[in-house]
Write a protein that binds this ligand. Sequence first.
Ligand code: ZN
Ligand code: ZN
Length: 92
Amino acid sequence: MGGFVWFRCGNCRYEEHDLGVGHGREEMPFLSLFRCDSCHSVGSTWIFADRVPRCTLCYHDAVTLLPEDVSQLPCPKCGGPAVFERIEGEWR
Ligand SMILES: [Zn+2]
Ligand SMILES: [Zn+2]
């Protein structure tokens, strides 16, 4: 089942809470973490087999998808050290 992660930057305090990741009942679509260099954010977006993934914040279509087990990333706002943490809960 899908889970949730929390992204936070220790430098500028940028945070994204409750980002859904993973699969529900079906293999597709699934939720993947992304970094958007257009609006300088991270988030999670639905991945469909036949559609280009888009930023859920600015709808830009050239987001960088992150591996499911990503735990660290330079903050998209300030470039400082930021982390992804698994949090309680699941979705299906
Ligand atoms: Zn930051
Ligand atoms: Zn964006």
